[in-house]
Design a binder for this molecule. Structure first.
Ligand code: GDD
Length: 325
């Protein structure tokens, strides 16, 4: 039985990945912060149904010693490093902690694996934010990186570390350069979930408005379970490599508002308020991914339209709120 280790298992991607690996017969280990265990109702929500099947290790990946000890005891065949300070807006507020934790944890894992489990296949969650102010569109694996946020810079630095361990140290270390991807397990601070949860509240008469920033911002939004499937394909590919995972289609935040409110027969224009607090100082340009390399070499392609994902999210949020009554 192959053994996998996941960081970031309580998040959207980590929880879907854990499900996928368990279904495929892996023994799945995961590193979870003590704060998550202590606030399980809120922070373990995505993996509540999996806790009996998972091997959880309580530790902080900001500690090299903790990471080293866990790798020594698990000796994984595959390691998926998904944990990160991932909300781009926060990275404008606390640069030091974003840089430190997104870069150092990647290093602690790679250095420990190299010494204790050099056969292990390592996956790093890269981001389209690494492209930032891209000068060409769509972006692929050869597009120049030009990050505009501290988050993007931290991911790019860690990405170079991953490539270094692959090219100069012989490890099977690879990266997915993932564009935005959403689902009912998305964190409430991200724009899709912020909108679908607001639609649920407005529909159930718990709120009347939603406050947003730049609704003309455009992104390439996919479906999280598709992207997790891509991670596994990247790790199981014959050779370690980097892949853009995207849909190749742009939508605006305005499109998301229209669609999400329409699910319950409402018009977003009756409920929207602009709040300058949510405008970003150096917004990435409209990032749109070219996933043709993944299609060619991994036989991967997106399976879901954004409209369908949004409808699933709205219905999920209505049920969630209704159940709390
Ligand atoms: N969160 C948020 N809140 N975003 C808003 C708002 C708002 O009130 N108003 C407009 N937006 C715009 C943002 O400016 C951005 O252009 C877009 O909505 C998406 O924002 P997020 O959902 O917060 O995602 P992100 O693009 O910053 O980052 C996500 O995708 C990256 C991959 O490209 C995160 O998942 C990152 O961790 C990930 O790397």
């Amino acid at each position: 039985m192959a053994t996998a280790l996941i960081t970031g298992v309580t998040g959207q991607d980590g929880s879907y990945l854990a499900e996928l690996l368990l279904a495929r017969g892996y023994q799945v280990h995961a590193i979870v912060r003590r704060e998550a265990i202590e606030d399980a109702d809120r922070r373990m929500m995505n993996i509540r149904h999996l806790t009996d099947a998972l091997h959880l290790h309580i530790a902080s990946i900001d500690s090299h010693l903790s990471v080293y000890k866990i790798i020594a005891s698990v000796v994984p065949d595959e390691c998926y490093h998904l944990a990160a300070e991932s909300f781009v807006s926060y990275s404008f507020d606390d640069e030091a902690s974003v840089l430190q934790s997104n870069f150092n944890a990647t290093h602690f894992l790679l250095a420990s694996l190299k010494e204790l489990a050099p056969h292990c296949r390592f996956y790093f969650a890269g981001s389209s934010e690494m492209f930032g102010h891209a000068t060409t569109s769509p972006q692929n694996e050869t597009t120049e990186f030009n990050p505009r946020s501290i988050y993007g810079i931290s991911k790019l630095a860690a990405y170079h570390l991953v490539r270094n361990y692959r090219q100069n140290q012989g490890m099977f270390a690879c990266a997915g350069i993932l564009f935005n991807h959403e689902s009912p397990r998305r964190g409430f601070e991200f724009v899709t979930r912020k909108i679908t949860s607001a639609v649920a509240k407005i529909h159930l008469r718990r709120a009347t408005t939603i406050e947003l920033g730049n609704i003309d911002a455009r992104r390439d939004w996919g479906y999280a379970p598709d992207y997790v499937d891509a991670m596994h394909r990247i790790v199981r590919h014959d050779v370690p490599d980097d892949f853009v995972i995207a849909t190749g289609t742009l939508h605006s935040v305005r499109n998301i508002l229209e669609r999400a409110f329409a699910v319950v027969g409402l018009d977003y224009r009756d409920h929207l308020q602009f709040n300058p607090e949510y405008f970003r100082p150096n917004e990435a340009v409209a990032l749109c991914g070219d996933y043709s390399k993944a299609a060619r070499l991994l036989d991967w392609c997106p399976t879901r339209k954004l409209d369908d994902t949004l409808e699933e999210m709205v219905r999920h949020d209505i049920a969630l709120l209704g159940a709390r009554e």
